[in-house]
Design a protein around this ligand. Sequence first.
Ligand SMILES: [Ca+2]
Ligand SMILES: [Ca+2]
Ligand SMILES: [Ca+2]
Length: 152
Amino acid sequence: MRLLNPLALCLVLAAAPALAQHDRGEFIGAFDTDRDGRLTRAEYDAGRAARFAATDTDRDGTLSETEYVGEYTARLERRLAASSDPEDRKTEERQRQTRQAKVRFGVLDADHDKRISRAEYDRVGSRSFDEQDSDRDGIVTAADRPARRDRN
Ligand SMILES: [Ca+2]
Ligand SMILES: [Ca+2]
Ligand SMILES: [Ca+2]
């Protein structure tokens, strides 16, 4: 019987669903710049490009783990600041999300050179969009059903 590498399995379980099942409303809202509730591929690509540039604080064209996790935790902190959850819940959430951001960094960094290149970033971004855009019309809306294989 073939055994799965437990670490690899952990990475897949922890990271892939987080990317694939990313809440659709949040996915649309993050980049829907004209706020019409429809995320076009152009909005998504422009938003991702802007986020990459904002994350690359030392402007070397790649994202280090510090840059990647730092950008993510800055957004997380804004969300936590607006939340009415008790402090201990926020601390727990902060630790969990930071751990997951580090796992995602490892997944994004496909060639394991400790840097996320623009190509690595775009590959995962493109896959995430396609997963959300289940009817493949190039626009993610509430009508899309991500991660469902019930149509052809
Ligand atoms: Ca839009
Ligand atoms: Ca950088
Ligand atoms: Ca890399």
